[in-house]
Design a protein around this ligand. Structure first.
Ligand SMILES: N[C@@H](CCC(=O)N[C@@H](CS)C(=O)NCC(=O)O)C(=O)O
Length: 232
């Protein structure tokens, strides 16, 4: 496989710098994980804005990169063995970029699995549950009369917040040192504000988590990554 010729996505979103890592994304909680990580690592990259509209994420060109029609996705023209590597799923992208650069994932096996464990906690728990909270509390599902879905996701989000609060006791970052687990988790904690869900999940009763998010948002690379790609 050669890049860009063998990658149909490049026909709609052509690279200006085909030697650089290509990011296909939008600044949502999942999308910014990739842009924050790229900003943190200092890897040269080129970003392409893929909106969440069907015209973008369900286009044949985007589906050729991610058949699951979701951002973020990347192509590294200089992947393992010098060959191009295409990847979707933000957790896989974070692990790949951490291993490529040797940053934000401990080198010792125990520390590495500990960080990956918290990354998976975000991928399988916080992301899907907070996302459903947003849907049933603020967005299209908020006018559904049956209170059970809303209550279920509020309770689950509150429970997950409690897990984070306990894990942060005595440490600044979720897995010890700053890692890809924080880059995955903190954007989803920030999303609670956008969902207007802070009060209902008892955000203010979790002081370590509140301070943790502030600490994350203070990082210059995070501030840059949160606006990449620009929405308009
Ligand atoms: N598990 C995926 C979730 C990605 C995801 O849900 N992306 C959303 C934006 S935050 C999306 O692209 N939605 C478009 C759609 O579903 O059509 C990941 O972590 O990469």
């Amino acid at each position: 496989m050669t890049f860009p010729d063998d990658f149909p996505i490049t026909r709609r979103w052509p690279p200006k710098h085909p030697d650089r890592l290509q990011l296909y994304s939008f600044p949502t909680p999942n999308g910014v994980k990739a842009s924050i990580m790229l900003e943190e690592t200092g890897l040269p990259y080129e970003v392409h804005k893929i909106t969440l509209s069907d015209a973008d994420v369900k286009s044949p060109e985007f589906l050729s990169l991610n058949p699951n029609n979701k951002i973020p996705a990347i192509i590294d023209p200089n992947g393992p063995g010098g060959q191009p590597l295409a990847l979707f799923e933000s957790g896989a992208i974070l692990i790949y970029l951490a291993e490529k650069t040797g940053q934000f994932l401990p080198a010792d096996p125990a520390g590495r699995y500990h960080a990956i464990q918290w990354l998976m906690f975000q991928m399988g728990g916080v992301g899907p549950m907070f996302g459903q909270l947003g849907f049933f509390y603020k967005f299209a599902g908020s006018d559904i009369e049956d209170p059970r879905p809303r209550e279920r996701y509020i309770n689950e989000a509150r429970r997950l917040l409690g897990v984070v609060e306990t894990a942060l006791e005595g440490q600044d970052w979720i897995a010890g040192d700053y890692s890809i687990a924080d880059i995955a988790l903190a954007p989803w904690l920030r999303a609670l504000d956008f969902y207007e869900g802070r009060e209902v999940v008892g955000w203010a009763d979790h002081p370590r988590t509140v301070a943790y998010l502030d600490r994350f948002l203070d990082r210059p690379a995070v501030q840059r990554g949160l606006t990449i790609p620009p929405r308009d």
